[in-house]
Design a protein around this ligand. Structure first.
Ligand SMILES: *Cc1c(COP(=O)(O)O)cnc(C)c1O
Length: 344
């Protein structure tokens, strides 16, 4: 990779981050008259910790990384957007991403006026490693989602590391579904491979989509730069407190993940046994992609039954596909019953 400072937007090199009252004084005091807050206590009248240190310590423990290697965003969406802002000059730079994949890469590219180079996966949804290395040359960022949404497969750790070694810019590995995967996170490589950014979220396995908490794991230098361009209080107090509280009961989350994986196997078995489903793609996530003739008809039928799945048929390589999220056992029973009656 290039030197990190060479990759940062030239006009941001000398940025002085906004300095809040909470940044300038963080010791013990009994009277806080520095932030123009309403002094009457109601639980939320004070600004939250701008760097979310308590929460980062807890998440760092769980993920096996230090506080300085962690960035928390208002959902992964904010993390992705901040990477665009930090590294890409609007109207000039370019980024690459695999395709089909998560829709936010292209939306964020568009909003930031950055050209997106989409690199098609192989027909079997595997990673075209050489082609990615070739085609992503000159890009500032490269997005690889693993396990990938919507194809549900993970990519080889060795392949992703090889790409990161050859790529001059920043490689973002989107691990939103890593907690359902049999493969390990790439987070243990962030110091030796300093152009790696690992993106994760509490929205999926951790059951907290509603509080909007995404995270990035990267070298302390890279995280330091993201901190300079983030909105001062990007994680609100309610989110910080709720996440801290919920992460005390990590055992419950682990149980849920196990059950979801069991249910995934059960659904896969059922779908594989249905001869009119052409393809059930092996899943390393909490959803299953199926290919079925007349996917639109099955989609409409399920809607009539009150079950909404995601029709991915318009995505590249995904004609006639539906993406089925693994639900509770009862919900999955219903889904299977409706698919049975649809085909009978
Ligand atoms: C769901 C999902 C996310 C999570 O986004 P949040 O903004 O954190 O809720 C990120 N990446 C992918 C690929 C996803 O499918």
């Amino acid at each position: 990779m290039k030197n990190l400072n060479e990759l940062i937007r030239p006009d941001l090199q000398d940025i002085k981050p906004y300095s809040s009252a909470r940044d300038e004084f963080e010791g013990e005091a009994s009277i806080f008259l520095d932030a123009n807050e309403n002094p009457f206590e109601n639980g939320v009248n004070r600004y939250p910790d701008p760097l979310q240190r308590k929460l980062k310590e807890r998440i760092g423990d769980i993920k096996g990384v230090s506080v300085n290697q962690l960035f928390l965003g208002n959902g992964s969406d904010e993390c992705i957007d901040l990477l665009f802002r930090l590294f890409c000059v609007p109207g000039k730079d370019r980024v690459s991403a695999i395709s089909p994949s998560y829709g936010m890469y292209s939306v964020s590219a568009k909003i930031n006026n950055i050209e997106l180079n989409e690199i098609l996966l192989n027909e079997d949804f595997s990673l075209p490693v050489d082609q990615i290395i070739e085609s992503s040359k000159g890009s500032k960022l490269l997005f690889i989602c693993s396990p990938n949404n919507p194809t549900a497969n993970s990519f080889e750790v060795g392949d992703m590391l090889r790409i990161a070694r050859e790529f001059e810019g920043i490689v973002v590995i989107d691990e939103a579904y890593i907690d359902f995967s049999d493969q390990p996170s790439l987070s243990k490589f962030i110091q030796e491979q300093s152009n790696l950014v690992i993106s994760q979220t509490l929205s999926k396995a951790y059951g907290m989509a509603g509080i909007r908490l995404g995270l990035m794991i990267a070298s302390t230098e890279l995280i330091g730069w993201v901190n300079k361009v983030k909105p001062p209080y990007n994680i609100n107090l309610l989110t910080q407190n709720f996440a801290l509280q919920k992460l005390q009961h990590i055992g419950q989350t682990e149980k849920e993940i196990l059950l979801i994986k069991e249910e995934r196997s059960r659904l896969e078995k059922f779908l594989n046994a249905e001869s009119r489903i052409l393809n059930v793609y092996p899943s390393d996530a909490n959803f299953i992609l199926i290919r079925v003739e007349g996917a639109d008809d099955l989609y409409d039928y399920l809607i009539k039954k009150g079950v909404v799945v995601r029709n991915r048929s318009k995505q590249p390589l995904c004609s006639n596909t539906l993406r089925l999220t693994v639900g509770t056992p009862e919900e999955n029973n219903k889904l299977m019953e409706f698919i049975n009656t649809y085909f009978s």
